[in-house]
Design a binder for this molecule. Structure first.
Ligand code: AMP
Ligand code: ZN
Length: 111
């Protein structure tokens, strides 16, 4: 755990939040500033500052394989998944997270 990382604190229940999903490896919670009617984040419990830090297929699988499960539970069939890697790509929190957004039309290419 990185002591100054807000998402580590969320994953370790040091900051109270409403988790929408939790298992041994990952948690998911609603984004504080939603960009779509549904907008949640999936993060590994273990700290990786970005996708560049993940070399384990297992860990990569952990954060992605839960996305369709959570969406099915929420009754969502169409959604946008995004991982911003690095400041110029829009990353502002340096603990890897998968954005999952749904409930509106999405343009392409992403802005
Ligand atoms: P990114 O810009 O890809 O790094 O995304 C970071 C996301 O984390 C943004 O969409 C923020 O709104 C969201 N965020 C930051 N702090 C919190 C928090 N405490 N709880 C939920 N979402 C957060
Ligand atoms: Zn962290």
């Amino acid at each position: 755990m990185a002591t100054d990382c807000i998402f580590c604190k969320l994953a370790n229940n040091e900051i109270p939040t409403n988790l929408i999903y939790e298992d041994d490896n990952v948690v998911a919670f609603n984004d504080l500033a939603p960009q779509a009617p549904t907008h949640f984040l999936v993060i590994p419990k273990k700290h990786y500052s970005s996708l560049n830090e993940i070399s384990s297929q297992e860990e990569f699988g952990n954060i992605f394989s839960v996305v369709p499960k959570i969406c099915a539970k929420l009754g969502i069939k169409e959604y946008r998944t995004v991982i911003n890697t690095g400041a110029s790509a829009g990353q502002t929190v340096f603990h890897i997270h998968v954005h999952v957004m749904a409930g509106r039309e999405f343009g392409w290419p992403a802005g």
